[in-house]
Write a protein that binds this ligand. Structure first.
Ligand SMILES: NC(=O)c1ccc[n+]([C@@H]2O[C@H](COP(=O)([O-])OP(=O)(O)OC[C@H]3O[C@@H](n4cnc5c(N)ncnc54)[C@H](OP(=O)(O)O)[C@@H]3O)[C@@H](O)[C@H]2O)c1
Length: 335
């Protein structure tokens, strides 16, 4: 049966590797891949690269900037015109803008008992300077979380259909930490860890979506791709020329012998995204985060780990997002 798969942030890194792997899989026949990207030039380049190795594949493009309310609403309308259902939506677009890497804390952490946590989650060494979108939202919150939330709400008619299931799959992170998130400040206006906050919010939003939508056949899961070398990670040390990363690579490969979350390549990082594609969503644990892992010998596998989440907090966030949705829709009508 034909399956329609929508991937946000599909033109590079983990999103592009996911598309490539989906088209290489044995289920590729009858698959329709829709790449939702903000930059159509990069989207075209990604499509050409995919078609170069899969010439018969059905790959279409959709312009969508998840930071912009009007762009998300327009894209959702377009999707409803093109498709009468969506089987999978990968909510993968994400940013970590202006990251500040605390080199001093890093070297201090290397010799502390917290070294593994620091290396696997970035705890204590990464902060960001957030921006404001033209809609007046915090940028990281808008791109990583709220744009996706609005998209799901808009797509309800083609995601929730009698007798069918659809799957939402969020690319979260091990950097998602409860301590960075506050229900009093869901957009993270006041803190310095908007990325961590937005990823924790996606973890608990996924739980709330399962509470509210499972009866309608819509299921949600979250994954962590591990530490992957992509545009996002290269941006963590922006002042370093690219070759410095090349010098680091042998060290990173060495670390991977001991730390299986160092997946390093987008292909390996996409492992849990592919694994979820092949699961029955009813059988998945809504409180688990599915981790892409790579062994020292390069074997990729997926492992569920319990998230630090609770139903009350997830419901409160859900209500906050519904309230914000009402506000932004009201503004769209009056503007
Ligand atoms: N790399 C890691 O180690 C790591 C670890 C944990 C989680 N993640 C998550 O993995 C996901 C993919 O990131 P990546 O590592 O593959 O980095 P990446 O190569 O930079 O990919 C990010 C994608 O998101 C898109 N994007 C950014 N802002 C957008 C917007 N406003 N509207 C629509 N699309 C937008 C980018 O498009 P442009 O090309 O137009 O910028 C790009 O396609 C992100 O959610 C990230 O948080 C990555």
């Amino acid at each position: 049966m034909n399956k329609v798969v929508l991937v946000t942030g599909a033109n590079s890194g983990i999103g592009l590797a996911l598309c490539e792997r989906l088209l290489s899989s044995q289920d590729a026949e009858g698959l329709h891949l829709c790449l939702a990207c903000r930059n159509m030039r990069r989207a075209e380049a990604a499509r050409s690269a995919l078609l170069a190795s899969h010439s018969a594949a059905q790959v279409t493009l959709l312009q969508m900037d998840t930071s912009s309310i009007s762009s998300v609403l327009r894209a959702a309308r377009e999707l409803q015109l093109r498709f009468n259902r969506l089987d999978y939506v990968y909510l993968n677009a994400g940013i970590m803008p202006n990251p500040q890497f605390d080199l001093k804390a890093f070297f201090k952490g290397l010799f502390s008992s917290n070294v593994i946590t620091m290396l696997t989650t970035g705890e204590g060494i990464l902060t960001q300077r957030d921006g404001i979108t033209p809609d007046g939202l915090q940028e990281v919150f808008a791109v990583n979380l709220f744009g996706h939330f609005l998209l799901i709400r808009e797509l309800e008619p083609i995601l929730c259909q009698a007798g069918r299931t659809s799957q939402l799959i969020w690319t979260s992170s091990s950097n998602a930490r409860r301590s960075a998130f506050s229900l009093e400040d869901v957009q993270h206006r006041k803190g310095r860890e908007p990325y961590s906050s937005s990823k924790y919010a996606s973890d608990i939003l996924s739980l709330a979506i399962n509470t509210h939508y499972n009866k309608q056949g819509l299921y949600s899961s979250v994954i962590c791709p591990g530490f992957v070398m992509t545009n996002l990670t290269y941006g963590i040390l922006p002042s370093f020329p690219a070759f410095v990363w090349t010098l680091f690579l042998p060290l990173l490969w060495l670390i991977r012998v001991f730390i299986n979350t160092f997946t390093l390549t987008p292909y390996n990082g996409a492992e849990a995204l592919i694994w979820l594609f092949n699961q029955k969503p009813e059988m998945l644990d809504p409180r688990a985060k599915y981790h892409s892992l790579t062994s020292g010998l390069g074997h990729c596998y997926t492992q569920p780990r319990q998230m630090d989440v609770d139903l009350d907090t997830s419901e409160e966030l859900y209500d906050e997002l519904l309230q914000l949705e009402r506000e932004v829709r009201r503004k769209q009508i009056t503007s």
